[in-house]
Design a protein around this ligand. Structure first.
Ligand code: DQA
Length: 148
């Protein structure tokens, strides 16, 4: 099965951006780790980062045609602003896991609300780069149990 990992705005700066909040791993480090871990479990994984809301939405629309079984998404700040991203995910009706490096509940009040969480299969936050690994493991379990 195919797993799609989406990274939203500013995540291209991982490793240099507020390392005390987001850690020192770069997005390249994280993507390489995820591809390898998925492969070891016999699954295919593709990653996509954009700072543009429309590019993320277009990539989500493509999943209707490309065989994506599950999506992992760190929507960055679009988590707290984007009804359009929510509608795109609801529109393709492919299960998704929302994840964040930081514990969004322990920061500014505006980070506590997500436009995605209530329609997500699950939400993981607060474990730094390990949030991606935990989200992938949850996705692999889900695929395994569905026989994909
Ligand atoms: C984030 C949390 C968001 O509030 C923030 O805007 C980000 C990153 C995280 O991974 O912790 O860009 O999604």
């Amino acid at each position: 099965a195919k797993i799609l990992v989406l990274h939203g705005p500013n995540l291209n700066l991982l490793g240099v951006r507020e390392p005390e909040v987001y850690g020192r791993d770069t997005l390249g480090d994280i993507d390489a780790f995820l591809v390898q871990r998925a492969q070891a479990a016999g699954q295919e994984l593709e990653t996509f980062q954009s700072n543009a809301e429309h590019a993320l939405i277009d990539r989500i629309h493509q999943t209707r045609l490309d065989g994506t079984a599950i999506i992992l998404i760190n929507p960055g700040a679009f988590t707290h602003t984007s009804i359009a991203l929510r509608d795109a995910l609801a529109g393709v009706a492919i299960p998704f896991i929302e994840l964040h490096l930081s514990n969004v509940h322990a920061r500014e009040a505006f980070r506590r609300h997500s436009y995605l969480s209530d329609i997500a299969a699950g939400v993981i936050c607060g474990f730094g780069p390990d949030s991606y690994r935990l989200a992938l493991d949850a996705a692999l379990l889900r695929l395994d149990r569905s026989g994909a």
